[in-house]
Design a protein around this ligand. Structure first.
Ligand code: AMP
Ligand code: GLY
Length: 437
């Protein structure tokens, strides 16, 4: 099968890697890809949101299936355009992708379906937002309603900071058009988990849940980022909790999307806060998480190409999902200055050493590209080093050992990815218990 993959991050390299393990993959094209995907197929330069270009590539290269990695092309309607052209594509339509691209839409749908989530209000004027936040004596979370690369959320334990955040987003346009509207939410407390499912709108295939680390610095300090590391399985969602999430979140949301427009096809990502009052939805994404994917897909034994194709063909009930029992830990290596800015073009050394001689270590490229015969930085999150191990502790040690072999000017990464759970798994059972599906 000839596959076109859209995107250029660490998630896309992990998807490309999973696709490349399929005996059915004949050729892989990535639009635009990075230095990692270039080793697995052909990178096609261009804007991943250029739908006309994606269609041209699909026609020219005789593509049988297109897989969309990031949210922006989905929000721009790439799936609708491919479907209209009679081409098979894995991902939700523009309407369904509003669950991610418009937080006000997602909140309204959750309210309508009584899906457990934080209490919230939507504002498009600073004056009204300020008036509302001033009445709150508990913490608030202020979110740009539109797409802001995972950085459009400001957590404010002190409501006075919430007023500032509302001003920065609505008046000072710190997130540009993505902040035309804001959502102001109650601050929830608890442990977080990322749950991803693959669905054709009828069958829900749960992927093992993962834990993401969104803050820049150790100890969950510093600004929110796209994600600085992850481990899988998260172990945070037991079977009973999972059944509750299915019946109170997944089934009603997918049914509502199907009623309003077309069946949801692709990945639905549910960001959860496991509060004392039960799990509550923090956000929906309409695609795989980054860097969660880098910790999830290396554990997937089932052929990812089969899984994506079955979803597109509406026969997911036929797929039996199998997992590697080992744990996976992914550590993200970021550029100096990330998330505010990053320096491109810095040479990266040690890549070969880090990946050599180990079937259980994966160096996933994110912001990288080839320059002459070198690999150089090309973005904020540069690499994700994933290792598998018999316990989270073992996987973690291995991931850090390999990450330390890679160098570029300004490189930094969190030192505490999976540290808490590794300490717990070291002192309790050495093996990981399965969670999720
Ligand atoms: P989101 O992109 O909406 O998932 O938000 C990014 C991060 O902000 C989440 O992973 C949480 O750590 C935090 N967050 C978002 N909403 C809330 C909330 N209502 N209460 C507490 N933390 C939140
Ligand atoms: N890691 C969070 C996300 O992909 O949205």
């Amino acid at each position: 099968m000839r596959v076109l993959l859209i995107g250029s991050g660490g998630r896309e390299h992990a998807i490309a890697h999973a696709l490349a393990r399929s005996p059915r993959l004949a050729a892989l094209f990535t639009l635009p890809g990075n230095a990692g995907t270039a080793a697995l197929g052909v990178n096609v330069p261009g804007d991943p949101c250029d739908i006309g270009l994606a269609l041209d590539v699909a026609r020219r290269e005789g593509i049988d299936l297109t897989v969309v990695g990031p949210e922006d092309p989905l929000a721009a309607g790439v799936v609708d355009a491919f479907q209209a052209a009679g081409r098979r594509i894995f991902g939700p339509t523009r309407h369904a992708a509003q669950l991610e691209s418009d937080k006000a839409f997602a909140k309204q749908m959750m309210k309508m379906l009584a899906v457990p989530t934080a209490e919230s209000r939507v504002f498009d004027t600073y004056y009204l937002a300020k008036k509302y936040i001033a009445t709150r004596d508990e913490g608030v979370v202020v979110k740009a309603a539109g797409l802001a690369k995972g950085k459009g959320v400001i957590v404010c334990p002190d409501p006075a900071d919430g007023i500032l955040a509302a001003e920065n987003i609505l008046e000072k346009k710190m997130f540009g058009e993505a902040g035309r509207q804001i959502v102001v939410e109650e601050l929830l407390l608890g442990r977080e988990a990322s749950l991803m499912v693959v669905t054709d709108g009828k069958t829900i295939v749960e992927l093992d849940a993962a834990q993401d680390y969104k803050r820049l610095r150790d100890g969950d300090e510093g600004p929110n980022t796209g994600g600085m590391g992850a481990y899988c399985p998260s172990g945070a969602i037991d079977a009973a909790t999972m059944r509750g999430i299915e019946s109170e979140v997944l089934v009603p949301i997918l049914a509502a999307i199907g009623r309003e427009a077309a069946p949801y096809c692709g990945v639905l990502y549910v960001g959860l806060m496991l509060t004392a009052g039960g799990p509550k939805v923090l956000e929906f994404n309409c695609r795989l998480g980054d860097p969660e994917t880098q910790a999830i897909l290396p554990r997937l034994r089932t052929d990812f190409l089969d899984l994506a194709e079955a979803a597109v063909e509406g026969r997911l009930e036929q797929v039996d999902v199998q997992w590697d029992d080992r744990a996976a830990v992914c550590v993200v290596l970021a550029s100096g200055g990330y998330p505010e800015k990053s320096t491109a073009g810095l040479p990266i050394s040690g890549l070969r050493d880090a990946a050599t001689g180990a079937e259980d270590v994966f160096v996933f490229h994110a912001g990288t590209r080839h320059e002459a015969d070198r690999v150089v930085t090309a973005g904020g999150r540069v690499l994700g080093v994933t290792a598998l191990g018999s316990s989270v502790a073992a996987a973690r040690d291995r991931a850090y050992e390999r990450a330390s072999q890679i160098h570029f000017e300004g490189v930094h990464y969190r030192r505490d990815i999976a540290a808490d759970v590794a300490a717990a798994s070291d002192s309790a059972a050495p093996d990981i218990s399965r969670s999720g599906g």
